[in-house]
Write a protein of this length. Structure first.
Length: 354
């Protein structure tokens, strides 16, 4: 396994957002930086507009080395949101390779309590967003209102959704007519991760640590299912307009990216191992199904074509953070971009990668 020699990070620390009388001031990427000066300059050149950004942690992995130094602060944890979905896909690939499950296994056969039509979807369908399940599991009118309010106030829309609750919702959910085509579903990814954890006889956070994080020495990556589990020294999230955001917490949706925190250093290790093909469950990145628009999907990982380049990638977003991880096997190059506002960082990652 290739090991980054130095953490590849460039940082731009935003000037602090100062509250006006009623409306927060939009954050703006400042001039302060730490780490590799050339990389920092390259990142700044890739930012078309600094408004709406506070801090960036960027890792560039090239061959058997990674460039840079600490960003924002050394080892600053960021909420990575849906970047955990590929890790859940890797857990599936790992269990398939070990003959623990089969991709064609029905959900009902792996996750006790899921009955009815939703129990008929397969693990492979869940991992590739082809199960026809809704994006979120909203089990009451009150849940719909709370989700809307959380989205409007940069709150946590996943509060109260533990494993038992999402299983109960699944038992009363019928896949839609789009089953078999890619339709992004946090609910489906959550059910997949909980099913794999149930088959392993442990909770999802422990399964993730045991089978992916520890082998890759991603020691700073964790699942915070309650407030007391949040990492110390973490970046503070905000909207692009400067409103402070609540962290997302909720054990049921952890496999979809709720409550998952990581660092540029840890994600650089993951990227290097994926490039080398040595990551546990690396086969999850193999594109298996058409996802439209020059895009295919494997187990959690998307592969997109840009001209003659194929980029394997995923991104993540929460109420106060954005994340992007992508790599190009042919060029032996990968990029990680973490930001602590809701300003999209995908364009930055793609400019650095493509």
């Amino acid at each position: 396994m290739r090991t980054p020699i130095v953490l590849a990070v460039a940082a731009g620390l935003a000037a602090s957002a100062v509250a006006a009388v009623r409306k927060p001031r939009p954050p703006r990427l400042g001039q302060q930086r730490t780490g590799d000066a050339d990389l920092a300059a390259t990142v700044r050149a890739a930012v078309d507009d600094p408004e709406g950004l506070r801090g960036l942690a960027v890792a560039v992995i090239e061959g058997d080395r990674a460039r840079g130094g600490p960003a924002v602060e050394p080892g600053t944890p960021f909420e990575i949101g849906s970047l955990v979905k590929p890790l859940t896909g890797m857990l599936l690939a790992r269990q398939v390779a070990a003959d623990v499950v089969d991709p064609g296994d029905r959900l009902a056969a792996v996750l006790p309590g899921v009955t009815g039509p939703a129990g008929e979807v397969t693990l492979a369908e869940l991992a590739s967003h082809r199960a026809g399940l809704p994006r979120l599991a909203l089990d009451s009118a009150g849940a719909m209102v709370r989700t809307w309010w959380a989205a409007s106030t940069a709150g946590n829309p996943y509060a109260g959704y533990d494993v038992d609750r999402i299983v109960a919702v699944a038992a009363n959910t019928e896949p839609g007519g789009d089953r078999g085509t890619v339709s992004y579903s946090n609910f489906g990814a959550a059910l997949l991760g909980q099913a794999l954890a149930a088959r392993a006889g442990v909770g999802y956070p422990e399964l993730l640590r045991r089978d992916v994080l520890r082998p890759l020495e991603m020691n700073a990556t964790l699942a915070a299912t309650e407030a007391g589990h949040l990492p110390g020294g973490r970046a503070e999230g905000a909207t692009a307009a400067g409103r402070a955001a609540d962290p997302w917490l909720g054990a049921g949706y952890a496999p979809a990216g709720i409550g998952i925190w990581s660092t540029a250093e840890d994600l650089a290790r993951l990227t290097a191992a994926m490039l080398a093909g040595t990551a546990p469950g690396a086969d999850a990145a193999t594109p298996r199904f058409d996802a439209g628009k020059d895009r295919r999907v494997g187990y959690g990982w998307f592969t997109s074509r840009y001209g003659d380049r194929e980029i394997v990638w995923h991104n993540g977003g929460t109420s106060g953070f954005r994340a992007f991880l992508g790599f190009d096997r042919a060029a032996d190059r990968g990029v990680v971009v973490l930001g602590n506002t809701t300003r999209d960082v995908d364009p930055i990652g793609l400019r650095l990668l493509v």
